[in-house]
Ligand binder design. Structure first.
Ligand code: SF4
Length: 264
């Protein structure tokens, strides 16, 4: 069995506990306007044109984004950081893209990791069929679950997908005792309002084993990727949240008694 990944990054400290190796899978059905990894959207590897500096000249060169790999190849790469997992309580995180777009491949990777005593996490939008969601979550140690909005219309408008299946998965039986980190992107003009935080807090309160909330303030570092890929960058002109706005969100959730981290 093969799957498609576009990167495997060692020494990540923002994708779950400890030092982790992040496996970035290709494929996502959503189209969040602020997405930092638009190169993940298409499932299959594709060519993009990138600028490379050769001496003092910038030249345009084709580059392939994504490749087909086996679970055993993913394990071999992840194992290179094993010593750091042991010392830091880290492990492997499957992210993307949406890892649940390739459920059988991810499940096989997770089983291999478990067989080698490596802690596993998935970083998911929650936008997946119930059966695929349950089958992967059941065997994964920790879930990083995005909560982007609580209003169905705004969710559809800004992410290109419905909210209902995401909430259904978040509230599903398989999540009942699963350690979970809720990740909330803070996006100006979309979800940065106390009334939205209040509804999010209600939903999050229903989780039995919440580790913490990660607030992820929007940044525009990924803008150049859209140019490179020839995709419209819909966040043009949208500013990053300032420190006061981030503090407002953080204080709100802390005052409700949640553990919180800013930036993951
Ligand atoms: S769910 Fe994640 S990977 Fe998919 S479009 Fe949204 S931000 Fe990007």
């Amino acid at each position: 069995m093969n799957g498609y990944v576009f990167d495997i990054r060692h020494f990540s400290v923002h994708d779950g506990p400890g030092i982790r190796t992040a496996v970035f899978l290709k494929g996502c059905s959503l189209r969040c306007r602020w997405c930092h990894n638009p190169e993940s959207h298409d499932m299959l590897p594709h060519e993009t044109i990138v600028e490379k500096r050769v001496g003092d000249k910038l030249i345009m060169m084709p580059e392939i984004t994504g490749k087909s790999v086996t679970p055993a190849e993913v394990l071999d790469e992840v194992l290179k950081s094993r010593v750091f997992f042991e010392e830091s309580g880290g492990g492997a995180t499957f992210t993307g893209g949406e890892p649940l777009m390739q459920p059988s491949f991810v499940l096989e990777c997770i089983r291999l990791m478990k067989g080698n005593n490596i802690h596993t996490a998935i970083d998911t939008s929650g936008f997946a069929g119930s059966e695929d969601f349950a089958s992967v979550v059941k065997e994964t140690d920790m879930i990083l679950f995005d909560l982007k909005h609580t209003d169905a219309d705004l969710h559809q408008e800004f992410t290109g997908g419905p909210l209902e299946p995401i909430l259904r998965n978040l509230r599903s039986e398989v999540m009942s005792d699963k350690p979970v980190i809720i990740r909330i992107p803070l996006v100006p003009g979309f979800n940065m309002a106390v009334k939205v935080y209040a509804k999010m807090a209600e939903i999050i309160s229903g989780l039995n084993n919440l580790i913490r909330i990660d607030l992820l303030p929007y940044h525009h570092y990924a803008a150049h990727k859209y140019t490179r890929l020839g995709i419209e960058f819909k966040m043009e002109g949208v500013r990053e949240p300032d420190s006061r706005e981030v503090s407002t969100a953080a204080d709100f959730f802390r005052n409700k008694g949640f553990e919180l981290s800013i930036g993951g």
